[in-house]
Design a protein around this ligand. Structure first.
Ligand code: BES
Ligand code: ZN
Ligand code: ZN
Length: 494
């Protein structure tokens, strides 16, 4: 779908539907709302009077033939309380509008700007919301596919001067880059594991690197062995698919001293290995590479937005399978840093591949690291599907990432990482063991990774609860959410 700014008055915009938000408690007495109410023969005041519509978030009313406007339909959306209104409301409302109108077979709609939020920010949020909402996970049906005729979204900005129009245009462009990258990542996550093997994931990274001008290096198992990555290779050895260590690199025109490494867990299928998972729900473990796909997606946007820092995107990609050569519980492996690990549970494989990947990020010169992973089931117990857990070894860096998330409309909640938790991953025979028992599973998982980043500022994002949406929402389809792409892009690009 194309997104364009349109400065014409709302009633002159010729399109299938006009989308107008109404704040809670708002009366159609002044401005756009009064004008619209008059043109639509009082339909807004009548809906408000009867209480059929009150402007609460999530409410919507669809009005056919709304009267003296060029649009053929009117969609009213509840915007909630004016004082609580943020760009995230814009994102969700644009999402709700595009999913609703896709269902009504519309080809075009105009989204009327009604808030006093900065015009560029709200244009970006509206673009993101609409494009993200139209993500279609339905790839392999051969009939009854989701129909989409939506080709154009117009942002009725009401811009009266050139500066505002330019700002809206820039916001749309940035929103489009970020949303398209996110949807690209979601498509990669959504692929079944027989398609999205480690080799295929590396090819995706190659496709992105070629299209957007990034350097790419894909390490094979032999090279990983030479580097001493026994922790990553221990996981890979149970699978017939060769592991890949994907390294993407963005370098700014003006040299920078800073290198941010984004490191994403790329387990293309997690059976649990010899500590095998129960059959029920195991099919979902195709999304265990969401961190990796998110890394590739973020790099795709970063390459286009061209920030002024060096950025590495690193994805340790392998399956976790219980093949004849698979590692066994009790095995001891040696990571690239030289630390020895007792593998108590082969299903705690994410931290094992990340241990070598974060160490490699340091070797390549990372000055700050963010890793993201579908690391623990425990994070869903703690935070459900609402918040991503964030943990780190440097509060300033944690705060920076939380700040970037706030700007993106993504929710991060910090969990503690005090030294006391180290006790739980002490091993009798090695430097560390890979599980810490039932208590504080998300924290001990993060603590394990911490042991391999040494003194580099690092944060860990556990996206196991948030990377997959189980039930569709008005602004979001079921399936991969692409969570954290926006946060990472904002973090790096400001
Ligand atoms: N990939 C899983 C975590 C996961 C679970 C992601 C559910 C999404 C939904 C991870 O590799 C894993 O199996 N973690 C174990 C760790 C445990 C053995 C310490 C878990 O969470 O049960
Ligand atoms: Zn696992
Ligand atoms: Zn896993």
């Amino acid at each position: 779908m194309e997104v364009k700014a349109d400065a014409r008055p709302f009633h002159e915009i010729d399109c299938d539907a006009l989308v107008v938000s109404v704040f809670e408690g708002e009366k159609p007495e002044t401005g756009v709302l009064a004008d619209l109410d008059q043109r639509a023969n009082g339909v807004i005041s009548s809906l408000l009077e009867t209480g059929e519509f009150s402007g609460k978030t999530g409410e919507s009313v669809y009005v056919p033939n709304p009267g003296d406007v060029k649009a053929r339909r009117l969609l009213l959306l509840g915007a909630g309380k004016a004082e609580d209104f943020t760009t995230d409301n814009v994102r969700r409302m644009a999402g709700t509008a595009s999913r609703t109108l896709r269902g009504k077979k519309a080809r075009s709609f105009a989204f009327v700007r009604r808030s006093s939020l900065a015009i560029g920010d709200s244009a970006q949020a509206a673009t993101e919301g609409a494009l993200l909402a139209l993500f279609d996970p339905d790839k392999y049906h051969t009939s009854d596919k989701t129909e989409n005729h939506l080709a154009t979204m117009l942002l009725a900005t009401g811009a009266t001067n050139g500066a505002d129009a330019d700002e809206a245009k820039r916001g749309i462009e940035r929103g489009r880059i970020i949303a398209e990258a996110t949807n690209y990542g979601r498509d990669v996550i959504n692929e079944p594991s027989n398609v999205m093997t480690p080799t295929a994931l590396a090819r995706k990274a190659e496709e992105v690197a070629k299209s957007y001008g990034l350097e790419l290096d894909v390490l094979e198992e032999a090279q990983m062995k030479e580097l001493g990555m026994g922790s990553l290779l221990g996981v890979a050895q149970g699978s017939a698919e060769p592991a890949k260590l994907i390294v993407m690199r963005y370098t700014p025109k003006v040299p920078s001293q800073e290198t941010i490494a984004i490191v994403g867990k790329g387990i293309t299928f997690d059976t649990g290995g010899i500590s095998i998972k129960p059959a029920d729900g195991m099919e979902k473990m195709k999304y265990d590479m969401a961190g990796g796909a998110t890394t590739i997606a973020a790099m795709r946007a970063i390459a286009q937005l061209k920030p002024s820092v060096n950025v590495l995107g690193i994805v340790p990609a392998t399956e976790n399978m219980p093949g004849g050569r698979a590692q066994r519980p009790g095995d001891v492996v040696r990571a690239m840093t030289g630390k020895t690990i007792e593998v108590i549970n082969t299903d705690a494989e994410g931290r094992l591949v990340l241990a070598d990947a974060v160490a490699y990020a340091r070797k390549l010169g990372a000055t700050k690291i963010v890793d993201l992973a579908t690391l623990t089931g425990a994070v869903s117990i703690a935070l459900g599907d609402v918040y991503v857990a964030i943990l780190g070894n440097n509060q300033a860096w944690v705060d920076e990432v939380i700040g970037a998330a706030k700007k993106s409309g993504e929710k991060l909640w910090q969990l503690p990482l005090d030294k006391e938790y180290r006790e739980q991953i002490k091993s009798e025979i090695a430097d560390i063991k890979n599980i810490g028992g039932r208590k504080a599973g998300t924290i001990t998982g993060a603590y394990f990774i911490r042991e391999f980043v040494e003194d580099t500022p690092w944060v860990h994002l556990d996206i196991a609860g948030t990377a997959w949406n189980d039930s569709s929402k008005p602004y979001l389809s079921v399936g991969p959410t692409g969570v954290c792409v926006r946060t990472l892009v904002n973090l790096v690009c400001g």
